[in-house]
Ligand binder design. Structure first.
Ligand SMILES: *[C@@H]1O[C@H](CO)[C@@H](O)[C@H](O)[C@H]1NC(C)=O
Ligand SMILES: *[C@@H]1O[C@H](CO)[C@@H](O)[C@H](O)[C@H]1NC(C)=O
Ligand SMILES: *[C@@H]1O[C@H](CO)[C@@H](O)[C@H](O)[C@H]1NC(C)=O
Ligand SMILES: *[C@@H]1O[C@H](CO)[C@@H](O)[C@H](O)[C@H]1NC(C)=O
Ligand SMILES: *[C@@H]1O[C@H](CO)[C@@H](O)[C@H](O)[C@H]1NC(C)=O
Ligand SMILES: CC(=O)N[C@H]1CO[C@H](CO)[C@@H](O)[C@@H]1O
Length: 489
């Protein structure tokens, strides 16, 4: 190659690198969680990400099959460390080094996965954890950072801690009085200084939906991005949406503690579609499209003008998440469990709507419902429904949710079907004592969809999934016992 050609190649390479850096900053990311009984194959999810122009993903652990599927995709990755690993990593430099070698180095060097961040813990200082991870999170962060330096990756991979917005607060309704929560104040300042010293970002999860859920008097328009009749005037800075106000409360909390230039990533932002009166596709579309519009053009927030680096929560529904925070927890996805889009959302200027997964295989068109000859007053109904709901997913039943208008029989059928589908339509999973029957007529009514589960191959199952498989089979044995008891009583 002559010198001119070499220079040209170098020029093109630099241009491509520059363009990819520029494009990814303004690009939206998504959270990819895996707490579901039936996961789409990782390769299919990666294709969905690419088809929808999502160039960044945030993971909650370091699942080898997901990282393999991201190999060579060009998608930027934030890998996660679950909270239950924090104490091990806090107490052993060696464990942190091993974690980095097996979960970061290998995937970058041999598999060409574009890992950019390590998320140390997930909302570890959440008030509801009662301080469980307060002692271990910062030491684990320091050990992972040291391990990244040792592996020669510290310039390329940055550490961060995704935190819930409950780590800061404001004494007034104005952001400028923002400060960290008193019981973790000094720890937060130390962590922020450490992140700053290492060129690492602060990651914050902001949930206007939860503000509305927790406070029935919360002004609904303030949760969205379409204007609000009583905006907050904070010394001339105008806030007409709670996202900006919340984000800037963090900026002020940092600034009021002498940290003026820490970069901020919005780790989770989104709106659920079911499980609460305010959780529906219309509101989710309004919020997410409003957010995309709000951050497009790089206007930023009053205190941080410029591009907002954000990850939508979340990509796909997760039917095995804990519903302790509320029934909405299983319905945050832009996509349903089977990769179908829930609503029209344009993620960038040239897209009309979301593009679903292709070639998804469902199980047969079969549902488990309450048998027509059974009575809602049957003594077995109560225990059967609570059994089905505690092992499957009834989070769409309830006041003003998608299946909130079913009658008694409909409720019972919904519960039975959920259990039947989660158990892959095994005949034994539709044998509630004298109460249930399999039908080929779709029992769905309006917005209330009776699911048909997707086919998953045990071969693509992870440790997590084979674990689910095991639990399901134990559940089935318990169900058999339950039926035997039911019939002998
Ligand atoms: C790598 O991450 C996975 C998934 O979080 C975890 O199970 C495994 O223990 C980690 N490896 C090491 C050596 O820590
Ligand atoms: C936190 O404390 C509350 C009240 O004491 C208790 O109900 C809850 O189970 C605790 N949560 C955890 C994660 O320890
Ligand atoms: C603040 O950070 C930005 C990028 O994160 C950088 O361009 C700028 O120089 C920094 N300013 C100061 C005063 O450190
Ligand atoms: C999106 O909009 C198109 C027409 O604008 C409509 O046909 C389609 O059903 C919509 N999709 C969803 C998921 O709402
Ligand atoms: C259906 O179930 C829901 C949730 O358990 C309950 O709130 C509702 O009252 C039930 N409806 C009927 C008609 O039984
Ligand atoms: C009470 C009763 O007759 N129950 C029957 C209803 O129908 C199912 C099958 O559809 C039978 O298994 C039950 O015994």
């Amino acid at each position: 190659m002559d010198i001119l050609a070499k220079n040209f190649v170098a020029f093109v390479t630099i241009l491509v690198i520059l363009l990819s850096i520029m494009s990814s900053v303004g690009c939206i990311g998504a959270n990819w969680g895996t707490q579901a009984t039936h996961l789409l194959p990782p390769q299919m999810v990666v294709k969905m990400l690419r088809d929808n122009g999502i160039q960044k993903v945030k993971l909650f652990d370091a699942d080898g099959r997901i990282l393999n599927a991201l190999s060579g995709s060009g998608i930027e990755v934030m890998v996660g460390i679950p909270n239950d690993m924090l104490s091990g990593l806090a107490n052993s430099v060696d464990a942190a080094e091993q974690w980095v070698v097996s979960n970061i180095s290998t995937f970058i060097s041999t598999l060409n996965v574009d890992i950019r961040y390590v998320a140390v813990g997930n909302e570890p200082f959440l008030s509801t954890y009662n301080g469980t991870y307060i002692g271990t999170t910062f030491p684990a962060l320091q050990n992972i950072q040291a391990a990244l330096i040792k592996a020669g990756l510290a310039n390329r991979v940055k550490v961060t801690i995704p935190l819930n917005a409950d780590v800061y607060q404001s004494a007034t309704s104005s952001p400028s009085t923002g400060d960290f929560r008193p019981n973790i104040h000094d720890l937060m300042v130390q962590i922020c200084q450490f992140l700053n010293d290492n060129g690492a970002p602060f990651t914050i999860n902001i949930y206007p939906f939860i503000s509305l859920y927790n406070d029935p008097n919360f002004p609904i328009d303030y949760a969205f991005f379409d204007g609000y009749s009583s905006p907050i005037n904070d010394n001339g800075r105008i806030y007409d949406n709670v996202f900006d106000a919340n984000h800037d409360t963090l900026v002020w909390a940092l600034q009021n503690n002498g940290i003026t230039n820490l970069s901020i990533i919005v780790g989770e932002i989104g709106w659920p579609t079911d499980g609460d009166r305010n959780a529906n596709p219309l509101n989710a579309q309004r919020f997410n499209q409003g957010f995309m519009r709000h951050i497009s053009g790089g206007k930023g927030t009053p205190m941080r003008p410029g591009p907002v680096d954000a990850y939508l929560f979340s990509l796909i529904d997760e039917d095995a998440k804990s519903i302790q925070p509320g029934n909405f927890e299983r319905h945050w996805g832009l996509f349903n469990y089977d990769g179908t889009p829930k609503y029209n959302l344009s993620l960038n200027s040239n897209s009309a709507g979301l593009i679903g997964a292709s070639n998804v295989q469902h199980l047969s068109r079969r549902w488990c419902i309450m048998s027509p000859n059974a009575s809602v007053d049957d003594a077995q109904v109560g225990p059967s429904v609570s059994y089905a709901c505690s092992h499957a997913d009834c989070s769409s039943l309830g006041y003003e949710t998608s299946c909130g208008n079913l009658d008694g029989k409909g409720n019972i059928s919904y519960a039975f079907n959920s259990y039947y589908q989660e158990n892959n339509q095994l005949p034994i999973a539709c044998q509630f004592p004298g109460l249930s029957v399999v039908t080929t007529t779709d029992p769905s009514q309006g917005d209330c969809k009776f699911k048909i589960m997707i086919r998953t191959s045990p071969l693509i199952g992870s440790g997590h999934k084979s674990n689910t498989w095991f639990i399901q089979h134990v559940n089935l044995m318990i169900l058999v016992l339950f039926i035997l008891l039911g019939t002998t009583l």
